[in-house]
Design a protein around this ligand. Structure first.
Ligand code: 6PG
Length: 246
C-alpha cells in the first residue's frame, strides 16, 4: 500500500512527518514494547527532528524503548559537518532523554568495509532473528537516489546483506547504507521530499522510471510519500489534493 500526501510547504511537511512518527512510535511500543527507527540524512528531515525534540512531542515517545539507527551515513567522523549522525544529534538526540545504548551510530570514521560490517552486526543483534524496522525514514535526491542507494552503484544489486559500503563515483566518496532488502522489509517507510529541485525525480519515480527510490516497495509494510507542493509540481494531474491539515 502506498500513499501520497502533498502539503503546502516545509513547515507543514515537518508537522505531518512528526505527527506520523509519533503515531507509529506509540503503536510500536504498545504492540511490541519497542520502536525501531532508521533516521534519514541530508537536510530535509532536520525541521521534523527539531519538532520531535519539542517538549510537547518529545514526551509522547518512550525514548527508553526507542532504538535509533540511520538509513545511511557519509564516511566521515561523527563531528564532521557532513555527518548525518551530527545533524540528527544537534536537531533531536541532544535534546531528549534517550539512553546512549539506544543510539546506534554508524561508525563511519572506520574504513568503509569495517564500518559496514560493524553496523550490520549491531543492527542484526538489535533487530534479532527475523526482526524488522518499525519505520525507515528516507529522502529523495535529485538523481532519484535514496539513502545512499545511488543510480548505477553496486549497493542497488545487494540482496543478501542488510548494510553495505558503497563508493559513489559522482561524489568521489564512500557511503554506508541500508540495502533494499532491509528497507523493503520494514513495517513502514516514509519518504520526506521538499523543494522544486526534487520535482523531476519525484515525477520520475511516479512514472515508473528506473530510479533507486522507485525500488523501495515494502513487501508487507506501508509506503508513504510526504511531499510539499514544490516537490509535487511535476506530478501528473489528478494527484491527491494538497492536504492543508495541520
Ligand atoms: C544523505 C541521505 C540522502 C538524502 C537525499 C536528500 O545522506 O544525504 O541519506 O539520501 O536523503 O540526498 O537530501 P536533502 O534532504 O539534503 O535534499
Amino acid at each position: 500500500m502506498s500513499e501520497l500526501t502533498v502539503v503546502p510547504n516545509p513547515p507543514h511537511l515537518a508537522r505531518a512527518a512528526a505527527d506520523r512518527i509519533l503515531g507509529l512510535a506509540s503503536a510500536a511500543v504498545a504492540e511490541r514494547g519497542r520502536f525501531i527507527v532508521a533516521l534519514s540524512g541530508g537536510s530535509t528531515p532536520r525541521p521534523t527532528y527539531r519538532l520531535l525534540a519539542e517538549e510537547s512531542r518529545a514526551r509522547t515517545i518512550d525514548w527508553s524503548r526507542t532504538e535509533v539507527f540511520w538509513g545511511d551515513e557519509r564516511c566521515v567522523p561523527p563531528d564532521h559537518p557532513d555527518s548525518n549522525y551530527r545533524m540528527a544529534s544537534r536537531a533531536l538526540l541532544d535534546w531528549i532523554q534517550i539512553p546512549d545504548r539506544r543510539i546506534h551510530r554508524i561508525p563511519a570514521e572506520l574504513p568503509p568495509q569495517e564500518a559496514a560490517a560493524a553496523y550490520r552486526a549491531e543492527l542484526e543483534q538489535v533487530l534479532g532473528e527475523g526482526g524488522r524496522f518499525d519505520l525507515i525514514l528516507l529522502g529523495l535526491g535529485g538523481d532519484g537516489h535514496t539513502a545512499s542507494l545511488f543510480p548505477g552503484t553496486t549497493a542497488l544489486e545487494e540482496r543478501e546483506r542488510s548494510v553495505v559500503a558503497v563508493y559513489v563515483e559522482k561524489l568521489a566518496s564512500w557511503r554506508i547504507t541500508l540495502t533494499l532488502s532491509v528497507i523493503n522489509d520494514a513495517r513502514h517507510v516514509i519518504f520526506l521530499v521538499s523543494g522544486s529541485e526534487k520535482a523531476d525525480a519525484l515525477a520520475g519515480v511516479w512514472a515508473g522510471e528506473e530510479l533507486p527510490a522507485g525500488l523501495v516497495r515494502p513487501s508487507e509494510g506501508t509506503l508513504t510519500w510526504l511531499v510539499d507542493r514544490d516537490a509535487a509540481a511535476d506530478l501528473p494531474p489528478g494527484r491527491p489534493p494538497v492536504d492543508s491539515a495541520d
